[in-house]
Design a protein around this ligand. Structure first.
Ligand code: FAD
Length: 572
């Protein structure tokens, strides 16, 4: 084996919830670790998404870590905190977990090359650093690559234009500006609410109506939180037992197991509970049966029409025929979004009727009208789930690129690793619960499993782990099989990769829920990490090709699992 100096045992990429959890836990296990972060501060998406109104859709304390050492002395001001509060929380984490000493900020990872001879990764950064490590744990999240559609003329716009996730850190004062907002996803809704309060005019360009739910925001006092803290351990346990990692339990009954009045009363209770209750806690068949789903849609539509005075505007925002089933695109939460459309300074433009033709130096031209703006907000979403990973030029075994490997769709085992990319683990990524799961829950559930994996490997002298193609295939089949039982494929959503031209249309998140997901991770670990090849020695040069690897796996399949481990070499 070529002995090479290791800069660190493990390089982590990304300082959001997933990355800082890894840093804290892996250091505690005695690993030498460094975390590389493209941004200048902690927080992941909360560093980048500092646009007016940016706030969580997960309520607290669900949207925080479960460590009592943290929550005992931490207090929020609101049930749904904004980006500033989240940054304060990350500053608090930094203080409690002493994170920054092992983080290199402003350091974007550009590529990483697998060296089979030494079983290490050589990591390259935009700042010119090169680091060698045994394992990479990539925590780039599902929303770190903003997507801007190919609008003709955008660079010629004379005003300010910005994607919501690249909002200038120093802010933009929207007071008295003429603001155009393109996109009505979660960020579009949040910016619209704020712009409507202060801008001279707000023009919202809508391609597909968002089915936004009532946030039911409320302030939180210290006394309320102190009283609730006795239940926190049980709550944090509960959130690992629900489908989406919340403390919201799906209703046991189907929508038609109750009569019309009771169903309506049930919807109303969920609505008043606020947050994602109307989505994650709805009747059991809402996401699998179109007729049941339609009852939820109609209830939601009624709520919008009660608030928007002009019936023609209400019809654009909440049409009588649903553009897709309710909940198969990520709903967002709103506070004053629908009321804003009663104001004189705001209009919604239906892009289905008149699409955007181009950006002009003065604003936006649709097929029907020219609009003039001082500020264009591109609330156009992300190359979600895979974009953060494929933006890094990973060259795995035999030089194969991750991006090429996923050109025909993603291939993963447990949504954590891919064949051909040894010792590369990614979190909150494709075919994991990711977009369907509350962020901090996933950071702990998936993250805890990864920490255990890396610790076990070290303790057993395993220096190389690689997902098998058979396991990838089986996992992909499971994702497809479950997704076909749901209504998710019926919408052109980022969940389906459908917002990015050329991206394969497939469900990018694991749709079986957290408990089933975690069970399968545990089963793999209990069965000597089934679905992975483990090795105590680097592969021989001749064992490097795909063909040789699959032969070695065939041999492994008929060999007792323990003998599948090569003799333990000296650790570098
Ligand atoms: P992230 O928070 O996305 O962090 C990834 C980090 O990786 C970033 O800091 C990024 O700079 C860094 N990075 C990426 N590429 C590189 C590279 N090449 N080199 C170095 N660093 C890199 N989820 C919820 O559960 N509830 C919510 O209410 C919620 N609200 C959201 C609101 C917005 C506006 C957005 C965009 C997302 C929201 N999410 C929400 C999803 C959110 O992604 C997760 O909650 C959580 O932040 C995921 O944490 P993470 O650590 O996996 O990734």
């Amino acid at each position: 084996m070529t002995v090479q100096h290791l800069d660190r045992d493990i390089v982590i990429v990304g300082a959001g919830f997933a990355g800082v959890y890894q840093l804290h836990k892996l250091r505690a296990q005695g690993f030498s670790v460094v975390l590389l972060e493209a941004g200048s501060g902690l927080g992941g998406i909360w560093h980048w998404n500092c646009y007016p109104g940016a706030r969580v859709d997960s309520h607290v304390p669900v949207y925080e870590f479960s460590d009592p050492d943290l929550w005992r002395d931490w207090y929020w001001d609101e049930r749904f905190p904004d980006w500033r509060a989240l940054r304060r929380y990350f500053a608090y984490l930094d203080q409690k977990w002493d994170l920054s000493r092992d983080i290199r900020f402003d350091t974007r990872v550009t590529g990483a090359t697998w060296d089979e001879m030494s079983a290490t990764w050589e990591v390259a950064t935009a700042t010119g650093d090169a680091l060698r490590c045994r394992f990479m744990v990539v925590c780039t999240g599902f929303a770190s690559k903003p997507h801007i559609p190919d609008f003709q003329g955008l660079s010629e716009f004379r005003g300010i234009s910005t994607h919501t996730a690249r909002w200038p850190q120093e802010g933009i004062d929207m007071t008295d500006l003429r603001v155009g907002i393109i996109g009505t996803g979660a960020s579009g809704v949040q910016v619209t609410q704020e712009a409507a309060k202060i801008a001279a005019s707000v023009t919202v360009f809508q391609r597909t109506p968002i089915m936004a739910l009532a946030m039911q925001q409320r302030p939180l006092t210290r006394e309320q939180q102190d009283a609730a803290k006795a239940d926190y351990p049980a709550l944090f346990q509960r959130r690992t037992e629900t489908f989406a990692g919340f403390d919201i339990v799906r209703n046991d009954h189907g929508a038609f197991e109750v009569d019309d009045d009771e169903r309506h009363a049930g919807f109303e209770r969920m609505w008043q509970a606020g947050g994602f209750t109307f989505w994650a806690g709805n009747y059991s068949d809402i996401m699998i049966d179109e007729t049941a789903n339609r009852t939820a849609y109609d209830f939601w539509r009624g709520k919008v029409h009660e608030r928007v005075h002009d019936p023609a505007v209400a019809e654009i925002l909440a049409p009588s025929e649903p553009p897709h089933p309710f909940g198969v695109k990520r709903p967002s939460l709103e506070q004053t979004y629908y009321d804003a459309f009663n104001q004189a300074n705001i209009v919604v433009i239906d892009l289905q009727a008149a699409p955007i033709e181009r950006i002009t130096p003065a604003g936006v031209r649709t097929t029907a009208t020219n609009y003039e703006f001082d500020l264009i907000v591109l609330a156009t979403g992300f190359d979600a789930v895979t974009g953060g990973l494929t933006s890094i030029d990973f060259a795995g075994s035999g030089g194969r690129r991750l991006k090429d490997s996923w050109a025909d769709g993603v291939h993963t085992h447990l949504g954590l690793a891919s064949a051909g990319f040894p010792n590369l683990i990614y979190l909150y990524g494709p075919q994991s619960p990711s977009g369907f799961c509350n962020g901090p829950t996933c950071a702990e559930v998936q993250g805890g499993w990864v920490v255990q994996l890396l610790t076990d490997l070290r303790d057993r002298g395993v220096i190389r782990i690689e997902a098998t193609r058979e396991a990838e295939q089986a996992w992909g089949e499971q994702v497809t099989m479950i997704s076909q039982m749901t209504l998710f494929p019926k919408a052109d959503s980022w969940y389906m990769g459908a917002n990015i031209p050329g991206k394969k249309r497939e469900l990018l998140n694991y749709p079986g829920g957290i408990p089933l997901y975690a069970e399968q991770c545990r089963n793999s670990a209990a069965n000597d990490y089934s679905g992975f090849d483990l090795s105590c020695a680097p592969a021989t040069p001749s064992g490097d090709s795909d063909r040789d690897r699959s032969e070695s796996r065939l041999a492994d399949a008929s060999t007792p699992r323990a003998s599948h481990l090569h003799p333990r070499p000296e650790r570098p």
